[in-house]
Design a protein around this ligand. Structure first.
Ligand SMILES: *[C@@H]1O[C@H](CO)[C@@H](O)[C@H](O)[C@H]1NC(C)=O
Ligand SMILES: *[C@@H]1O[C@H](CO)[C@@H](O)[C@H](O)[C@H]1NC(C)=O
Ligand SMILES: *[C@@H]1O[C@H](CO)[C@@H](O)[C@H](O)[C@H]1NC(C)=O
Ligand SMILES: *[C@@H]1O[C@H](CO)[C@@H](O)[C@H](O)[C@H]1NC(C)=O
Length: 390
């Protein structure tokens, strides 16, 4: 089937350099808007979750990129239009409402959404509900996302957690901090898509890599790095982990549009790479579960969950799993990222995809509920409601 041109799990086209400049122009025109807010209901379980520490890319970025000079941004309307805590204003989230990270934290009883690490008010007691380190354009490999000029890769995110870790000692005292982090907190990691879309598959930057490295070698490198990153978190007392695999990146509206695919087609190469990575990710987590005493690494099968939504979207009440609700360009509004001049669909909760790259809040809710309460086909060895109570 169609050849892959690569996109971004994030946003900008790379095949068409000109779009990068368009987007840059666009972002600089847009006033920056405050990061995510409080106001999460806390009426769930008794003592609930301690902290939710969120690592990853634009799927879970809650505003860090607002504080970077980067081309990967979402703090412009109509992003956030359904985000209640901000009154419908953009926060930097790359979707219309809550991310999967927000929904999971809320359901598990967090007092607030995890606060973006780079937000000025990420200090003092505000940290206790959790911190979000995720960054649009970020990946496992340090070089991933260079096209955006700036983003926080996973190495840097883990360094930032080291800073937070010390702050927790100061806030709670060493002993209590250790207990809070190891027993009551969940570390979620949603990363990897950009390593393909904005690194290995990226036409201009990857030429060198792709000629010298087979997919197997590249994926091997990714998992080596991820092993180090997870181990470092463990060394800083993280014990409860959930790691998402890479979704069907060949099925996003951007890919379907630039490859001029039919509604029910996806780009083979991108999905194949995702699958290849996902198989090895599962083995890595099995290995870490045996090797690191007291830790639980939970595997979240995001690929199958999203694929199921795309394939059977009608059964879930969606009218499209192909077209971006907010976007422009081509058959599926899949070329130009969501912004003030985009066309916007009427029923935002009836689209699987909010923009050319990211799921809508309605899709995020379905995915999050499965991760929280689903069975071992989607989340193993335990679901997140169980992980919290361990
Ligand atoms: C941090 O600041 C933002 C913007 O002023 C605000 O919306 C948010 O509620 C604050 N968060 C916390 C936890 O104080
Ligand atoms: C990774 O990138 C950051 C900047 O984003 C840089 O400070 C750091 O030195 C890099 N690390 C490695 C191992 O190259
Ligand atoms: C955390 O930072 C300290 C320096 O402040 C360093 O010695 C330590 O190795 C870091 N820990 C990890 C796991 O990166
Ligand atoms: C999810 O975990 C809960 C425990 O919190 C358990 O009762 C339930 O059976 C699990 N769901 C599935 C489908 O395995």
């Amino acid at each position: 089937m169609a050849t892959t041109r690569a996109s971004t799990s994030g946003r900008v086209s790379q095949a068409f350099t000109i779009l990068v400049f368009f987007f840059f122009f666009f972002s600089t025109l847009t006033a920056s808007v405050e990061a995510a807010g409080r106001g999460v209901n806390n009426d769930k379980k008794g003592d609930g979750l301690g902290a939710s520490f969120i690592f990853g890319d634009s799927l879970v970025d809650a505003g860090n990129n607002n504080y970077l000079s980067t081309l990967s941004r979402a703090n412009m309307q109509p992003n956030g239009i359904d985000f209640k805590a901000s009154g419908g204003n953009p926060t930097g989230r790359f979707t219309n409402g809550r991310t999967i990270g927000d929904i999971v934290g809320e359901e598990l009883g967090s007092a607030n959404y995890a606060i973006p690490f780079l937000a000025p008010n990420a200090t003092g007691k505000a940290l206790l509900a959790g911190v979000n380190y995720a960054s649009g354009g970020g990946g496992i490999m340090n070089g991933t996302g260079r096209i955006f000029v700036n983003r926080l890769g996973m190495d840097v995110q883990v360094d930032f957690f080291n800073t937070t870790r010390k702050q927790f000692d100061d806030l709670l005292g060493k002993e209590k901090a250790k207990e809070y982090i190891s027993k009551k907190s969940i570390f979620s990691i949603t990363i990897g898509a950009n390593d393909f879309l904005n690194n290995y598959l990226f036409p201009l930057l990857s030429v060198g890599t792709r000629f010298t490295q087979t997919p197997d070698d590249f994926i091997g490198d990714m998992l080596e790095h991820l092993r180090d990153q997870l181990t470092r978190l463990y060394q800083m007392d993280a014990r409860k982990f959930v790691i998402g695999n890479v979704g069907p990146i060949g099925c996003i509206p951007y890919q379907k549009t630039i490859n001029q695919l039919k509604e029910d087609e996806c780009v083979d190469l991108a999905n194949k790479l995702a699958n290849q990575y996902n198989v090895k990710l599962k083995s890595l987590l099995d290995e870490l579960n045996k090797k690191l005493p007291g830790a639980m690494f939970v595997h979240a099968n995001v690929y199958d969950l999203v694929m199921e939504l795309i394939t059977n979207y009608k059964e879930y009440g969606f009218i499209s799993a192909t077209k971006a609700c907010c976007g422009n360009g081509g058959q599926y509004a899949g070329i130009i990222p969501c912004g003030p001049t985009s066309s916007l669909c009427e029923e935002r909760d009836k689209y699987v995809f909010w923009d050319p790259y990211h799921p809508s809040e309605a899709a995020n809710v379905i995915i999050a509920k499965q991760l929280l309460y689903g069975d071992i086909k989607v989340i193993s060895p335990v679901n997140l409601s169980k992980l919290r109570d361990l």
